[in-house]
Design a protein around this ligand. Structure first.
Ligand code: SF4
Length: 453
C-alpha cells in the first residue's frame, strides 16, 4: 500500500481512537499502533553486546515487521508485532540474555563508566538506587511513564531530556536531585552522596505512589515538597548547564580505542541492515553497543584504525555518522507503506523538504512528519506536517493532534513546500534562525503564505 509521493492514502486505515500516546509499551504491555503491536524496551544500563543486538534485530524481523526504532530518549522499539508473536519475542529477548528491568524507567549517561570526562559513574548510582528502592520501583501505584534520569556528567550530557526525577553529578562529587523538567527547568531539592540521593528519590516515589497511577512529579504539592526538603530554596546546581553535543561521529576512549556514534535515519532501521552492519563492526573489534538519546547508538571498543572502514559500512547501510546532517532535524514516523494508519509517506516528504526547502535546515528547526494525528515520532515540534483524509495539516509549535494552522490537499504539497521555503527565506532577519523566524510569524503567517496563489 505504497503511495505515489505526495498522494494522500485513505483506504483500510485503522481508527486511531484508543491508540493515543500516554501508555508505556513495555514488553509486558505492548501498545496497539497502526502497524500492529509495539514494544519499547530499555536493556539494563542501555547496553547490549554486539551479538545481543544482532539477535534482537533477528527477533524483530521474525516476530515483528523487521523495523527497529531508537527513540529520542535512546530506547529501543520493535514494531509490527501481533498478539501471538509478543510471547516468542519475549522468549528471544530472554534467550539472548538481555535483561530488561521492570518498573520505573531509569535512564543513564550512555558512556557511563568509560567516559574519561564523567564526574561519576551513573551505573553505580543506578545500582545504589535499585538496591535501596527495591520493590518501590515496581509499585503498581506509580505512573507507567514515570522516568528517573541519572547524569554522571562527561561528554554526552542528558541535560536536554526531561524527567520526573533527575539525579545529576555535581563538580563537588555530590549528586543533585531535582524534579520535573530538563536540567534547566527542573526544581532542585536535595544535594548529597549517593545514599542521600537515593533516599530523596525514594521519598519522591512514595509521594507519587500516594497520589496514584496518573501522578507525575510536577503534580507533587509544593507544601509537601518543602516539608520533606526544607532546604529547597537554597539548593542550586553547581554545574553550568552543558551545551548539547551530538553523539554522532568518533569519540576517543583512550588506549587507541574509540566509540562510533551512529544515528538511525529518522530513528528507524531495517533489521537486515542492522544485522549486516553489526557483523562488520564485530569483525573490526566492536565489543559493545550503548543506546544513545537522539535516535542512535554507540559502537564501543573499535580500534581507531578501523574507523574509516566502519564509518563507510554504516553509511552503506543507510546510517548517519556525521553530526548536524539535515535529517537530524526531522522526526518522521513509520508513515504510509509501513503503518496502516499513515496517510502519506513521511520519509518521501522528508527527502523533498530537504531538497526543496534548504532554508529550513539551518540546524535550529525541529520538524515532525507524522502520517496521522497520533504523532508517534515526537511530542512538540517547531513545525509538524500531519496526514489526514483531507490532506496535510501544518501545525506551528504544537502536537500532531492539535488543530492545524493550514490544511493542504495532497496534490498541492509541492506548492506548499515552495511557499514554506520562500516564507522563511524572505522573512528571516539578520542572525535570526529559521525556527525563530517561523515562531515569530506564527500560525497566521504560515496560513497566509500557504493560502496565497
Ligand atoms: S503517527 Fe505514524 S506510525 Fe503512528 S499510527 Fe500514525 S501513521 Fe502510524
Amino acid at each position: 500500500m505504497r503511495s505515489a509521493a505526495g498522494k494522500i492514502l485513505n483506504a483500510g486505515r485503522p481508527d486511531i481512537a484508543g491508540m493515543q500516546r500516554g501508555a508505556c509499551p513495555a514488553l509486558a504491555a505492548p501498545m496497539q499502533t497502526g502497524d500492529g503491536l509495539l514494544v519499547r524496551l530499555r536493556p539494563a544500563g542501555g547496553a547490549l553486546t554486539v551479538s545481543q543486538f544482532q539477535r534482537l534485530a533477528c527477533a524483530a524481523a521474525l516476530h515483528g515487521n523487521g523495523i527497529l526504532a531508537i527513540t529520542a530518549r535512546g530506547n529501543l522499539q520493535i514494531r509490527g508485532l501481533r498478539s501471538d508473536t509478543v510471547g516468542p519475542l519475549t522468549a528471544a529477548v530472554d534467550n539472548a540474555g538481555i535483561i530488561v528491568p521492570d518498573g520505573v524507567a531509569i535512564e543513564i549517561s550512555p558512556l557511563h563508566g568509560i567516559d574519561a570526562e564523567e564526574i561519576a559513574d551513573a551505573a553505580e548510582m543506578e545500582a545504589v538506587l535499585r538496591h535501596k528502592l527495591g520493590d518501590l520501583l515496581n509499585s503498581a501505584h506509580l505512573a507507567p511513564k514515570l522516568s528517573i534520569l541519572i547524569d554522571g556528567g562527561g561528554r554526552f550530557s542528558l541535560s536536554a531530556l526531561t524527567a520526573d526525577i533527575r539525579i545529576v553529578a555535581q563538580p563537588s562529587g555530590q549528586w543533585l536531585v531535582s524534579i520535573a523538567g530538563d536540567e534547566e527547568g527542573a526544581t532542585p531539592l536535595a544535594l548529597g552522596n549517593a545514599d542521600a540521593a537515593a533516599d530523596a528519590a525514594s521519598d519522591l516515589l512514595q509521594m507519587l505512589a500516594a497520589h496514584g497511577r496518573r501522578a507525575r512529579a510536577r503534580d507533587i504539592d509544593a507544601a509537601a515538597l518543602t516539608a520533606r526538603f526544607p532546604d529547597i530554596d537554597s539548593i542550586r546546581s553547581t554545574r553550568p548547564v552543558p551545551k548539547k553535543s551530538s553523539f554522532v561521529g568518533i569519540t576517543a576512549l583512550g588506549n587507541g580505542r574509540a566509540a562510533l556514534g551512529v544515528r538511525l535515519t529518522f530513528g528507524q532501521a531495517r533489521a537486515a541492515d542492522l544485522i549486516s552492519f553489526l557483523t562488520s563492526a564485530e569483525s573490526a573489534g566492536a565489543e559493545e553497543i550503548r543506546l544513545a538519546p537522539d535516535r542512535g547508538f554507540f559502537v564501543i571498543g573499535l580500534p581507531e584504525t578501523a574507523m574509516p572502514a566502519i564509518r563507510k559500512a554504516a553509511v552503506d547501510h543507510g546510517f548517519s555518522v556525521r553530526a548536524n546532517e539535515p535529517a537530524e532535524q526531522v522526526a518522521a514516523c513509520a508513515g504510509a507503506g509501513a503503518c496502516a494508519s499513515g496517510f502519506y509517506e513521511t520519509r518521501v516528504l522528508a527527502g523533498r523538504l530537504m531538497d526543496r526547502a534548504p532554508a529550513l535546515f539551518d540546524g535550529s528547526m525541529k520538524l515532525h512528519l507524522s502520517g496521522c494525528a497520533k504523532g508517534c515520532a515526537h511530542r512538540r515540534a517547531d513545525l509538524a506536517i500531519v496526514g489526514s483524509a483531507e490532506g496535510y495539516g501544518f501545525i506551528v509549535g504544537g502536537l500532531a493532534a492539535d488543530p492545524p494552522a493550514a490544511r493542504i490537499a495532497g496534490e498541492r504539497i509541492d506548492f506548499a513546500i515552495e511557499r514554506l521555503a520562500r516564507l522563511i527565506e524572505d522573512n528571516r532577519g539578520a542572525g535570526e534562525s529559521s525556527a525563530d523566524c517561523l515562531q515569530r510569524l506564527g500560525a497566521s503567517g504560515l496560513a497566509e503564505a500557504l493560502q496565497q496563489e
